[in-house]
Design a protein around this ligand. Structure first.
Ligand SMILES: NC(=O)c1ccc[n+]([C@@H]2O[C@H](COP(=O)([O-])OP(=O)(O)OC[C@H]3O[C@@H](n4cnc5c(N)ncnc54)[C@H](OP(=O)(O)O)[C@@H]3O)[C@@H](O)[C@H]2O)c1
Length: 439
């Protein structure tokens, strides 16, 4: 086992610090590094991390229920009202850590959190705004920092707002605990355990990760001779919207993103519409080393090329997709125009008429056997209308945006192809439903 990994009670590798007590194993597997996004949850972690300083985390874990009872379930509004008699009560409570400075800091921090709420701000939004954009899994103990520029900035901002006992080290512990960074070592079993799980509703059959569910899809093996196997990912609200305020980001949850990233993991290439690029920008398609390694082990290129069809070469070249030197892009166009120099390796392919069928035939000649379509309604609509989609992975977000009464994609009124589609599975994660259609 590499430096920093140790076998847990089931023999699976875990972060070195997690295996010495059953409480640690449970906390490590089920909580540490998982996103906490609600104000109450974050306030609880903030207080407990502050109480921990100078003590072992195991001490805090063992006292956690007593802390919750003593601190009104860490409801910031309730704790903000605590007065002298509460301080006396807490100092007499052997179930918690009786340190007057820390007890008073917890009450002061509740008041600071309440002051934010009164100003229309949220503790969660503030804390999450310090999450780094990129965070690679640490490979050894030495790769796990104690302090980072982001944690120092977060500590300073909290201090400025009157929070106490949250220095840069405690702030980093909070970022790790609440999933702003995922510091489970590469190879730790919790990385797998931490993935969203999907409940299989139809056919009903327990829960599974997206990777487990998609293992049987094998799109490349099902490619016809003259074009790639085409599978599409799409998310829609219950009232049939494909975007909110011009973007899809507000629609899907973490489970939706996980499904999308795992679908990307299966594709020889990924088709993206120019409208989507304009709205979402994109970046490198495979976001983590773990997913790149998984692709390599399946015999795929670590970074799938992105495919863009821009009939008039009206491409948003400033989009993030073109800024990553590791991300190859193929641009199909009927235009004689030239592409500007960008960081990504771009190949412009000229076809007299870059209609979807001609593009797919060219991709197949280039050995692309599986193509994931992530286009918006226009590109996906064009592919569906040409009968070029083999499978559709549709996420239904429970959001009702109020513009349409009927779930159009499900009823198939706007996309009549779906009336003939065969429903493969219905999954549920959180409030979202995941439908798989064979077309
Ligand atoms: N809900 C979701 O899952 C999802 C997914 C992606 C995007 N979106 C959202 O959808 C919106 C963008 O949608 P969109 O429909 O405008 O973008 P899109 O489908 O991604 O791109 C449309 C563009 O693709 C090009 N294209 C190439 N061949 C085409 C063909 N045969 N038929 C139609 N277009 C073709 C066209 O550009 P040329 O005229 O230059 O050829 C067209 O303007 C954004 O708000 C985005 O956030 C939602």
């Amino acid at each position: 086992m590499t430096d920093g990994l140790a076998p847990g009670p089931d023999g699976e590798p875990r972060c070195w610090w997690a295996v010495s007590a059953p409480e640690y194993v449970r906390y490590h597997d089920e909580e540490w590094g998982r996103p906490v996004r609600d104000d109450r949850g974050l306030f609880e972690r903030l207080c407990l991390e502050a109480f921990q300083s100078g003590l072992s985390w195991l001490t805090i874990l063992r006292k956690r229920e007593a802390f919750r009872a003593a601190f009104a379930g860490f409801d910031p509004a309730a704790v903000a009202e605590f007065g002298e008699h509460d301080v006396a009560r807490l100092m007499a409570d052997a179930g918690i850590v009786r340190n007057r400075a820390k007890v008073e800091a917890a009450i002061g921090n509740a008041r600071a959190a309440e002051a934010m709420r009164a100003d229309g701000e949220s503790l969660s939004e503030l804390i999450w705004s310090f999450a780094p954009r990129r965070h690679e899994p640490p490979r050894t103990r030495a790769d796990v920092p104690a302090v980072t520029p982001e944690s120092t900035a977060l500590a300073n901002e909290l201090k400025r707002r009157g929070f106490r006992f949250v220095g840069p080290t405690t702030a980093y512990a909070l970022m790790q605990a609440c999933g702003l960074v995922d510091d489970h070592l590469a190879g730790c079993a919790a990385r797998e355990l931490g993935r969203p799980r999907f409940r299989r509703l139809a056919p009903a059959d327990g829960t599974a990760t997206a990777r487990e569910l998609l293992a049987a899809v094998r799109p490349a093996a099902r490619a016809p001779a003259d074009r790639p196997f085409v599978f599409a990912n799409f998310v829609a609200t219950l009232d049939g919207r494909a975007a909110v305020a011009g973007r899809t980001t507000a629609l899907g949850s973490e489970a939706d993103l996980e499904m999308l990233l795992e679908l990307r993991g299966l594709a020889d290439a990924v088709l993206i519409g120019t409208g989507t690029l304009r709205a979402e920008g994109y970046g490198r398609l495979m976001r983590s080393e773990e997913r790149r390694a998984h692709r390599s082990s399946a015999g795929l290129a670590p970074d799938p090329p992105a495919v863009v069809i821009a009939r008039g070469l009206d491409v948003p070249w400033e989009a993030g997709l073109f800024a990553a030197p590791e991300q190859p892009v193929l641009v199909y166009t009927g235009s004689q125009g030239k592409a500007p120099a960008v960081a990504a390796p771009v190949e412009v392919v000229r076809l007299e008429d870059p209609a979807p069928a001609a593009v797919l035939a060219d991709l197949r000649r280039r050995s692309v056997r599986s193509l994931l379509c992530e286009g918006g309604p226009r590109l996906l609509g064009a592919l569906l209308a040409s009968g070029l989609v083999d499978e559709l992975f549709l996420t239904l977000a429970p959001l009702l945006t109020g513009e349409h009464a009927a779930p159009r994609l499900v009823e198939g009124r706007e996309l009549p192809e779906l009336e003939r589609a065969r429903l493969g599975w219905v999954l549920r994660a959180g409030d979202e439903l995941f439908l798989r259609y064979a077309l």
